[in-house]
Write a protein that binds this ligand. Structure first.
Ligand code: TXA
Ligand code: MG
Length: 315
């Protein structure tokens, strides 16, 4: 097989091909604005099982399902008083709502959490939306990486994870956000399960109430278990210099002269740093460095999500 022959350019002909494959129950990768997803028909047990199997994901870690719009979410989930308010402000975009599934929903029970809830997201990436619009089923799509590894932010990253084991990787260029969506549980008192581009403060402002953060004791979001987002080499936080045989990720200009330095952002932009984090970690690993040291990152805005992922990567 020709290398990369499963990476499809973003042209109409290939989008049709992707749609056809998804209708047949196949599983492949699609770009979103956050990270690439490994997508399959959420109504199909076969497709959903295939996703778990490809990712080597533990059965008890539930899957995010992607919908075309609010109506499509409402068709499958029980009424929730917060959903419409948040949706109007933040969707389509990098936010995932945890809701209660309707009893008569056709969605595969395999995507659910133990408590019968479902994570729902409406992505804004035009390619993902084009595909969803042509389908009459939602798409289960966790990040397109092997379980516990770093999420892919380009088609080549996805190829790196799955090679030719998936029939398509629709190429949507480098993702614009680079970190996974914020996950908010809306069943009962709103609770932020995973920080992302949309912050706790923004959510509080729109909901006009305090939202709680997940306590480590009772894990509502199994994917937020500690070891996660690992680049495959040790990560050291709050460093100014690289370790021996390692490299350093810099935030802001540095006087360090070694070749083994990589910039998250020269201008100290947190958004730019978020966009670069995963791809740089992959690059450093590929270049053969034995560890990654990282400057300290301000804990504000998307910096909170960056620090969350870095902390997990360092476990
Ligand atoms: O930006 C994103 O969210 C990307 C793109 C592809 O949409 N997807 C993604 O999926 O990051 P994944 O599976 O890597 O992360 C989903 C997180 C996991 O931590 C999972 O445990 C949690 O959401 N989750 C899924 N269903 C849940 C549920 N019903 N209740 C609580 N947490 C849930
Ligand atoms: Mg993931």
């Amino acid at each position: 097989m020709k290398k990369y022959s499963n990476i499809f350019p973003p042209r109409e002909r290939y989008i049709e091909k992707v749609v056809k494959l998804l209708r047949l129950g196949k599983v492949g990768a699609l770009p979103t604005e956050t990270v690439y997803g490994l997508a399959g028909n959420a109504y199909s047990n076969v497709a959903v099982r295939k996703i778990y199997q490809l990712k080597k994901r533990p059965k008890k870690n539930p899957l995010i399902v992607h919908f075309y719009n609010l109506e499509a979410i409402q068709k499958e989930t029980e009424f929730n008083p917060y959903l419409k308010i948040l949706y109007k402000k933040f969707s389509p975009g990098p936010i995932t709502y945890v809701l209660k599934l309707k009893k008569k929903s056709k969605i595969s029970k395999l995507v659910l959490n133990e408590n019968k809830t479902i994570a729902c997201r409406v992505p804004s990436h035009f390619l993902f939306r084009k595909v969803l619009k042509k389908l009459n089923f939602p798409l289960a799509a966790p990040s397109a990486n092997l379980s516990t590894k770093v999420s892919p932010t380009s088609a080549l990253d996805v190829f790196d994870e799955f090679k030719h084991n998936i029939p398509f990787i629709l190429d949507g260029k480098k993702t614009s956000i680079g970190l996974e969506s914020s996950v908010i549980n809306l069943v009962g008192k709103p609770k932020l399960l995973r920080p992302g581009m949309i912050t706790e403060q923004e959510l509080q402002k729109v909901l006009k109430k305090k939202i709680s953060k997940e306590k480590t004791k009772k894990i509502l979001s199994p994917g937020q278990m500690k070891k996660h987002y690992s680049p495959g080499i040790p990560v050291y936080l709050n460093q100014k210099l690289p370790k021996k045989n390692g490299a350093i990720l810099l935030f802001g200009k540095s006087k360090y002269l070694g070749k083994n330095k990589f910039y998250l952002s020269k201008s100290k932009s947190l958004k730019e740093a978020a966009r670069n984090l995963y791809s740089l970690m992959r690059k450093m690993k590929h270049l053969g460095y034995k560890s990654i040291s990282v400057n300290s990152i301000p804990n504000q805005g998307i910096g909170i999500a960056l620090n969350d992922r870095l902390k997990r990567a360092s476990q």
